[in-house]
Design a protein around this ligand. Structure first.
Ligand code: KG4
Ligand code: ZN
Length: 362
């Protein structure tokens, strides 16, 4: 970690690279670390078609595809931003957590540019990218309560500052995005699962199936979704719609019932978390939701009522900044650079990297 530099320009321009899962992404963002920032370019190349035949992400295919596309994407992001590498203040890349082959590709690309142009390198934690994305879009201040719901994570965190995260609770089994993806697979709704379930649920009756709400009413702030998934499988089997086929309306009803159960679980946990947050920080939030699942409109509406009932408000980035993107990585880079938190070029990519360990990072 280097010390904050006195001659940093007020408006920092950072190139961000994201390759930790199945999206190859490059973006240029500028800002002063006090949000909101300006997105100068934001390109996302989805590998959906390459993974669709397997019904999930294949790590080797993902890494190869990142390698094939990242250079061109970075070039395009720079072109759209109308900037040369020489005009950048820093180069940020997701350095973990994620599929390590892909993370390597992004980190190596960023390091090569940083080295060639003698620019600071910023190793960004993917989850910190999600956690700070709301400051890029809405410019809110610290602290806030964060519900981070993505394909690999489901956590409640108190965000106290850049690199300062306190975990209040998390899933003891599946992540919520994973549960959405599995539900879509069980119902034959296609891939990726989240948007497919949301779409089907629009035509379904959320009260048609009585699915369980695991952990509801339990002490603490943890989540569990595997019981819900198992119940959904049994219900789908009984109704003759397992793996697709059968009645479209029944599948829509099951999707809607699943989404309603997920909404109830999030609502109860967030209500409790807001109480805890108020006690610990003396303020009623705001409640921020981030990560891919935060793109779900029905869940967002549900969380809006939860926040309002607690005298708080829900702040959520626009859907394009909820699912994986490089603008959030570039932004985390801006925030870290503004604090002088740059990283050495021998910083190692890591498959696991808990957010709470971040303050010690560097
Ligand atoms: O944040 P993200 O793009 O990648 C990870 O870091 O995991 O999140 C992807 C997850 C997937 O599980 C996907 O199904 C879910 O977010 N997702 C959704 C929606 N859009 C994406 N889940 C529910 N409703 C959506 N509209
Ligand atoms: Zn993500």
């Amino acid at each position: 970690m280097t010390k904050p530099s006195e001659d940093l320009p007020e408006n920092l321009v950072v190139l961000g690279i994201e390759t930790s899962c199945d999206e190859t992404a490059a973006a240029v963002v500028s800002g002063a670390g006090a949000a909101p920032g300006e997105i100068r370019s934001n390109l996302v190349l989805s590998q959906l078609d390459e993974h669709r035949p397997y019904g999930g992400v294949v790590p080797e295919i993902a890494a190869r595809s990142h390698m094939d596309h990242i250079d061109r994407l970075v070039e395009e992001a720079m072109e759209q931003a109308g900037l040369t590498f020489a005009e950048l203040d820093g180069i940020a890349a997701t350095a973990g957590p994620g599929l390590i082959g892909g993370v390597f590709v992004g980190v190596m690309t960023a390091k090569a540019i940083a080295l060639a142009w003698e620019k600071p390198f910023l190793a960004v934690n993917h989850l910190e990218g999600h956690a700070l994305s709301v400051r890029l879009s809405d410019g809110i201040g610290f602290p806030y309560l964060l519900l981070l719901v993505s394909g690999g994570h489901c956590q409640l965190l108190a965000v106290e500052g850049v690199g300062r995260y306190r975990r209040l609770g998390g899933t003891i089994d599946d992540a919520l995005g994973e549960a959405f993806d599995k539900t879509a697979k069980l119902l034959g709704l296609g891939y990726p699962g989240g948007p497919a379930v949301e779409q089907a649920a629009e035509y379904g009756n959320p009260e048609a199936f009585d699915l369980p709400r695991p952990m509801l009413g339990r002490p603490g702030l943890d989540f569990s979704f595997s019981g819900l998934k198992t119940a959904l499988r049994h219900a789908a089997e009984k109704a003759g719609v397992l793996g697709g086929g059968g009645n479209d309306q029944t599948r829509a009803d099951l999707a809607a019932s699943f989404q309603a159960a997920a909404g109830d679980i999030l609502a109860e946990r967030c209500t409790k978390a807001l109480e805890t947050f108020q006690q610990d920080y003396g303020t009623a939030g705001p409640l921020v939701v981030a990560g891919g699942v935060a793109a779900n409109r029905s869940l967002r509406a549900r969380l809006e009522s939860v926040a309002a009932a607690a005298g708080s408000r829900l702040v959520a980035p626009p859907p394009k900044l909820c699912t994986d993107n490089a603008a959030m990585i570039a932004w985390a880079g801006v925030e870290r650079l503004a604090l002088g938190l740059t990283d050495p070029l021998d910083f190692a990519a890591r498959p696991r990297w808990p957010l709470e360990s971040l303050s010690a990072h560097g």
